[in-house]
Design a protein around this ligand. Structure first.
Ligand SMILES: Cc1cc2nc3c(=O)[nH]c(=O)nc-3n(C[C@H](O)[C@H](O)[C@H](O)COP(=O)(O)OP(=O)(O)OC[C@H]3O[C@@H](n4cnc5c(N)ncnc54)[C@H](O)[C@@H]3O)c2cc1C
Length: 201
């Protein structure tokens, strides 16, 4: 494998120039490079000035996320996942450019198991959408950071909020994740069964 040497803290202009056409060819209009869309994906409620990505891509499946990661990884280009952009400390800024990966199209509730008090969702599902979906079961998802954040963004930031004293934070409510590593491998961290030894996590 040929590797490129990129100095920490520098924009990888050649890599970004290579990745954008590859993503455009693969994702068509699901890659956006307009100033308005890039600005929207670099703006959160923060004192840190916006730092725009070079493009925004909208995957619809975990396999597509893997493809995006593989392309970016091969060219040493940063990726910044984007849930709903409600984080407060510049989490979604792109200080060295790169590609924002907007998870909003991965917004399906895949299964609900009322008897086991668990459900499986895609990362772009927002907490309000999940609670609307669950309403008829008499159950609710208790983590409430105040904003209508995505479950992926909340897991990533280990979100808490007004209900944390009673129901815990995301750490206490996420049983398992399917994640794509920086090397474009899909991994599963655990199962639906609760870990009998939480001290071992
Ligand atoms: C009014 C207000 C009140 C708030 N109160 C609280 C509070 O009480 N407690 C609290 O914890 N937070 C609070 N927040 C912050 C914010 O809501 C949380 O950080 C929330 O978890 C962010 O979710 P998001 O979907 O908006 O993520 P984003 O802002 O889009 O992203 C946050 C981070 O997660 C990463 N990310 C997003 N999606 C994924 C994914 N699928 N996979 C991997 N990484 C991903 C992003 O790259 C980024 O680094 C508040 C925000 C607002 C606006």
């Amino acid at each position: 494998m040929a590797l490129m040497a990129i100095r920490m803290g520098e924009r990888n202009e050649a890599g970004i120039a290579a990745v954008l056409p590859l993503l455009a060819e693969r994702f068509g209009p699901r890659l956006q490079t307009s100033q308005a869309v890039r600005a929207q994906h670099a703006h959160t409620t923060t004192y840190i000035p916006a730092q725009l990505p070079d493009g925004v891509v909208f995957p619809e499946t975990a396999a597509e996320v893997r493809e995006i990661v593989a392309i970016a990884c091969a060219h040493c280009v940063p990726l910044i996942a984007f849930g709903t952009g409600s984080s407060l400390e510049g989490h979604i800024n792109a200080p060295h450019g790169g590609i924002s990966v907007d998870m909003s199209r991965m917004d399906k509730v895949l299964s609900v198991n009322p008897g086991d008090l668990d459900c499986t969702v895609e990362p772009g599902v927002t907490r309000e959408a999940l609670n609307t979906y669950l309403r008829d079961t008499g159950l609710f998802f208790p983590i409430d950071p105040g904003a209508n954040a995505s479950i992926g963004g909340m897991a990533s930031t280990r979100a808490s909020g007004t209900n944390a004293v009673r129901y815990g934070t995301m750490k206490d409510n996420v049983l398992a994740l399917t994640a794509v590593t920086a090397g474009a491998k899909e991994i599963r961290t655990a199962h639906r069964a609760k870990n009998p030894r939480p001290d071992m996590t």
